[in-house]
Ligand binder design. Sequence first.
Ligand SMILES: [Zn+2]
Length: 450
Amino acid sequence: MTRWLAEYAWLPDHAEPTPDVLIEAEAGRIAAVTPLVGGGAAPAGVEVLGDAVRLPGLTLPGLANAHSHAFHRALRGRTHGGRGDFWSWRDVMYDVAARLDPDSYLALARAAYAEMALAGITCVGEFHYLHHGPEGRPYADPNAMSAALVEAAAHAGIRLTLLDTAYLTASVDGAELVGTQRRFGDGDALRWVERVDAFRPENDHARRGAAIHSVRAVPAEQLATVAGWADRNGVPLHVHLSEQPAENDACRAVHGCTPTRLLADHGVLGPHTTAVHATHPTSADVALLGDSRTGVCLCPTTERDLADGIGPARRMAEAGSPVSLGSDSHAVVDLFEEARAVELDERLRTRRRGHFSAAELVTAATVAGHAALGWGDAGRLSAGDRADLVTVRLDSARTAGVPPVGAFFAATAADVTHVVVDGRTVVADGRHRTVDVPAELRDAIREVTS
Ligand SMILES: [Zn+2]
């Protein structure tokens, strides 16, 4: 049994943190969570042993990063200076993609995931589409890139859902993949199924999932093949949706409907599906997503960076879509920033304050994200759940004097001091226990950009 004594802990269904909480874990699971009411005095029957690790500050459940493209980490600071938009950014991204192979991807993803661990992220959803070698030639193991990502997450000490992405065409009207895009393609959805069926990560920390890159990249008549595979295997299905108005326009021109309508008509929406971004949905789209209980994963720092716009987060939540969060392009890896941006962007748009409570933002960053990635037993500090703990200091220059309930509006990833994943300590005193994160990021990025 491992014991921690949290100065404050954010317990499930609580509007604010609880002081003095004893958390006990065994075999990677939380065994008991006991508030020591009355300033540290144990209630009858609870013995606080001297071996309890004290966690000063606020302890949260594990944070889930529900949308990641690991290799985009190499682009940070390289695409921000000039003008341009999503599409010009994408050209630079393709240059990096063209350089990666399974070895360099392992090194880059390991460093990127270790940065996530430092930020309190205990689980990542990797929306993975860089499948094949140059010119689209499969590697000897057609899932070599997937295997590199699974191994990278193991080294970094976090869990991973590999959202294996079908990326078959270059545009809504079915144009062929060209240039670097050929590395993404399997030809058609049946061949995508054949490849993903053959991939079975055997480690406990990794699970499979599926993704449709977007309505640009999977022809309408093949959407159901991907959705059916996810359904048969009981795994999550993710899809980029209406990130750009141009995607809506192209879909209307070819199919006479919005991307959301197209997905709905082909059986893609539902409670196991997560729409990523959903920045430009119509009111009817919001209703389709909400009524089907399709989740939405917002990535505000990327949407900001790429000048995408601001999605109707509150309206989608009200309509019935669970909200999760992702760092997507990793311009920023900080789920505190993503979480508060959901509220702050709504304020900018509506010129009113108070759309999401602090507890709702915590839910988005923790239990909702884990659920979107197929880990229904993580993201809460409660007995039986996976023993993930993320402690945020309340004595840094940013957080000193901040009440614990306000931590999500003050803390940054740099304030995370202690991270436990499945009962194992991955970060202690703000340091990753096995990865020299800055050095590995520097070397891995140099390898694919110089
Ligand atoms: Zn994305």
